[in-house]
Write a protein that binds this ligand. Structure first.
Ligand SMILES: Nc1ncnc2c1ncn2[C@@H]1O[C@H](COP(=O)(O)OP(=O)(O)OP(=O)(O)O)[C@@H](O)[C@H]1O
Ligand SMILES: [Mg+2]
Length: 475
């Protein structure tokens, strides 16, 4: 499953679900330069999910999502917008490539599998939230389980006695100062304090933990195509869960046991219900590379199944029921955002029924030299920040002159014009070239500072740019 993880739902403390269109665009602005039309369309679509939730139930069912197609040349931010939206929306979000699917009946992934994947993501999302809620309880139980082990170990070894007695008098608990005649309990309290302080982190304990690897079998069936079935889940508690004894460091033991206790504390039935609900009501599927399945009637020989895939997509986009291992999912209210470069084929090359199901079209613009300059510096994860951070790990301090940035932007723009326009991805190839020597030598240069000047950039790139054939290969 090639899906983006759904990341932290929080944006500046405000629940992302309540973000207004303006706030969504602002959040996107932190990472994506320009492309306001696409940002606005996506923001409106997300806000409409929220608006719909506020309606009375009978009207709510009438409001269908307005699916979007983002059209634009390669490397201008289509996928990037989707990736950022995924992090903002507190909704199950799946990104898939349309070109990955094959028509039902052919070997490969059928389109319904995207709904099954989406539910899976919904389950993970809701489960993650639930586990977060029980986290502190899970930590307590995990600590007690580690303490059981440590206690045995310490009393076996018994070298800590003197320290414990001397410490005992200092323990202040909720009930006051721990009494010295309560020896075993006091000892455990001391151990607990020391455990919390991380004193035992590097020591080894033996723990018993549920083996998480359930046997997985793949089932082939004509209708569903290929689906993975989790044997452990299917057979439920018919087999006792396998337990495994492991010798691990205390800090790792705590993490593992916490995870185990957290999943024990949450109610899986409830999670499944909630996940199904969220998938149906607010799930988003990002269908990338839609243009790759456009083009009607096998223009190109072997692609006979393209139109078939489009036909298979129709009911899912329109609304149908897909059975998954967690239950039936109705796709009526799932939002579809499609994207594609559409420079060979056009949206009008999609079969008309599918075109009609994506009423909103937004175009992303080609990026200008000025955009490049901003992309290099403004986003929170900009390339210049990335290079600075990477080389700092070697003790090298990098600083960029403004002119150097302008020069990199200009070079990228020129190469795009002269060779092939690959959008902002060109910045990656240019930067990599500019930094080649520094990246290689960095460990030996540790402790020094390097200023990246326009001259330095020119020097690094000149030879390559002069020779068009060479730049075709290198940049
Ligand atoms: N407008 C932009 N602002 C900031 N970064 C951008 C922008 N456009 C592209 N990038 C950067 O360029 C790279 C490629 O962008 P992206 O994956 O969004 O391309 P795309 O539009 O989906 O292209 P393709 O049609 O080839 O899939 C990413 O690393 C992204 O961060
Ligand atoms: Mg893309």
């Amino acid at each position: 499953m090639e899906a983006n993880k759904v990341a932290s739902p929080k944006f500046d403390g405000k629940d992302s679900y309540d973000l207004t269109p303006r706030e969504i665009v602002e959040a996107l602005d932190r990472y994506i330069i320009g492309q306001q039309a696409a940002k606005r369309a996506v923001a409106i679509a997300l806000r409409n999910r929220w608006r719909r939730q506020q309606l009375d139930e009978d009207l709510r069912d009438e409001v269908m999502p307005k699916n979007i197609i983002m059209i634009g040349p390669t490397g201008v931010g289509k996928t990037e917008i989707a990736r950022r939206i995924a992090k903002l929306a507190r909704a199950p979000f799946l990104k898939v490539e349309a070109s990955k699917f094959t028509e039902v009946g052919y070997v490969g992934r059928d389109v319904e599998s995207m709904v099954r994947d989406l539910v899976e993501l919904g389950i993970n999302l809701v489960k993650g939230e639930a586990e977060e809620r029980v986290e502190s309880r899970a930590r307590e139980i995990a600590e007690e389980r580690v303490l059981d082990q440590l206690e045995d170990k310490v009393s076996e070894r018994a070298p800590l006695d003197s320290r414990e007695t001397s410490r005992k008098t200092f323990i202040v608990s909720n009930e006051g100062i721990v009494q010295s005649d309560d020896a075993p309990r006091a000892k455990r309290d001391v151990l607990r304090m020391r455990l919390k302080a991380g004193e035992f982190d590097e020591e080894y304990v033996e723990i018993e933990i549920t083996d998480s690897h359930n046997p997985v079998i793949e089932i082939f069936s004509g209708q569903q195509g290929m689906e993975e079935m989790d044997l452990g889940n299917m057979l439920g508690n018919m087999f006792p869960k396998r337990r495994k004894r492991k010798r691990v460091k205390v800090k790792d033991a705590l993490t593992m046991l916490m995870k185990e206790e957290a999943s024990r504390l949450v109610d899986m039935d409830q999670i499944t219900q909630e996940a199904l609900h969220r998938t149906q009501q607010s799930g988003i599927i990002f269908l990338d590379e839609l243009d790759k399945i456009a083009g009607r009637e096998s223009k190109h020989g072997p692609d006979v199944s393209r139109e078939g895939v489009q036909r298979d997509l129709l009911p899912i986009v329109e609304g149908s029921s897909v059975s998954t291992k967690y239950g039936v999912v109705k796709t009526d209210h799932i939002l579809f955002i499609a994207a594609g470069a559409f420079h060979v084929s056009k949206p009008s090359d999609l079969i008309p029924e599918l075109q009609g199901r994506f009423p909103i079209r937004v175009e992303l613009e080609s990026l200008t030299q000025d955009d490049f300059q901003r992309i290099l510096t403004e986003p929170k994860n900009s390339l210049t920040r990335q290079y600075i951070a990477l080389l700092r790990t070697e003790g090298l301090d990098i600083a960029f002159d403004d002119e150097a940035i302008a020069m990199i932007a200009e070079m990228a723009f020129r190469v795009n014009e002269n060779l092939e326009n690959i959008g902002a991805r060109r910045l990656h190839t240019i930067m990599e070239k500019v930094f080649e020597t520094l990246s290689f030598d960095a460990p030996e240069l540790g402790g020094s500072a390097v200023g990246i000047t326009a001259d330095y950039v020119r020097e690094r790139l000149e030879g390559i740019l002069k020779d068009e054939d060479l730049s075709r290969y290198i940049l």
